[in-house]
Design a protein around this ligand. Structure first.
Ligand SMILES: [Zn+2]
Length: 286
């Protein structure tokens, strides 16, 4: 799933390729993708793209004051093409969700793998008309966001740090992968309560959050849309690496599974060497 660094890079990539181009047509291959009906997608036709912006994990194209906002969700991706197929896609076939044609024949496909469809597109007069954007918490990389802001969020929370980092209304842009990476870098158990962190631990978490995200943004910069997914996977230290050695200490990376997701962590680095209980498993065994 694309998170803050990948969406930031997509934003930069599209700014370079598509700003100044005119939207020729939008094909919907899966009608459920479009979450708004007024203005219709046809309102974008013939208008020039004037900019792109990231809001958390949302990508907003400014099309001369009308906004095409995309949330790629868990299995969605954006595929750029210098020469898009002009043939309208057949609805309901394959992973293609929507196709955005530009006036020079280039454009992008929005695709979504798997059967659970959650990729979302909105055509709005302001990005803040999208409920998910209106709800977003502060962006961890915004210049105004400080270590003390993070401390205040943690102090006022009853959530575990893993859930807190992923909660878009608390912090915008961090998802399952980077929250695993940030907690590993900060040497914190994912199940610690935010409000229980000491001042030194808040410092560690702040540094890890900034470093992990900025490094990922740096690596993703200048990459083509097609390379981003692979780059994200390769750079992970614990996320998606169950059973492999931790690159810091050599212990084996472990996994906790939930109904719809899982987290990875290193016991030596993060939990004093103790494996965390797999809650789903222990619930089944009760
Ligand atoms: Zn380790």
């Amino acid at each position: 799933m694309p998170e803050l660094p990948e969406v930031e890079a997509l934003c930069a990539f599209l700014t370079e390729r598509a700003v100044g181009r005119v939207v020729a047509r939008i094909d919907l291959a899966a009608f459920s993708v479009l979450k708004t009906y007024d203005p219709p997608p046809s309102a974008l036709q013939g208008l020039e793209i004037t900019g792109f912006a990231r809001h958390g994990k949302f990508l907003a194209a400014d099309v001369s004051g009308v906004f095409l906002v995309t949330h790629l969700a868990r299995a969605g991706w954006l595929r750029w093409s210098d020469a898009l197929s002009p043939v309208p896609p057949r609805p309901g076939k394959g992973p293609l969700a929507a196709r955005v044609h530009l006036d020079d024949g280039s454009g992008w496909d929005l695709t979504e793998a798997g059967t659970k469809k959650s990729l979302a597109m909105y055509v709005v007069h302001s990005p803040y008309d999208v409920p998910g954007i209106a709800r977003l918490g502060p962006d961890p990389l915004s210049p105004g966001f400080t270590r003390d802001d993070l401390a205040a969020i943690l102090a006022g929370s009853r959530q575990q740090v893993k859930g807190l980092l992923r909660d878009q209304s608390v912090l915008a842009g961090v998802g399952n992968a980077y929250s695993d990476e940030v907690l590993h870098a900060a040497r914190l158990s994912p199940f610690r309560l935010g409000s229980s962190l000491s001042e030194a631990e808040v410092d560690e978490l702040w540094t890890a959050l900034q470093t992990v995200l900025r490094e990922a943004v740096g690596r993703a910069q200048g990459l083509k849309a097609a390379q981003l997914k692979q780059e994200k996977k390769v750079a992970m230290r614990v996320h998606g690496r169950t059973g492999q050695p931790c690159p810091v200490c050599g212990d084996i990376v472990r996994d906790v599974s939930f109904a719809n997701s899982s987290l990875q962590y290193c016991p030596t680095c993060q939990t004093g060497g103790k494996p965390l209980a797999d809650r789903r498993l222990s619930r089944l065994l009760k």
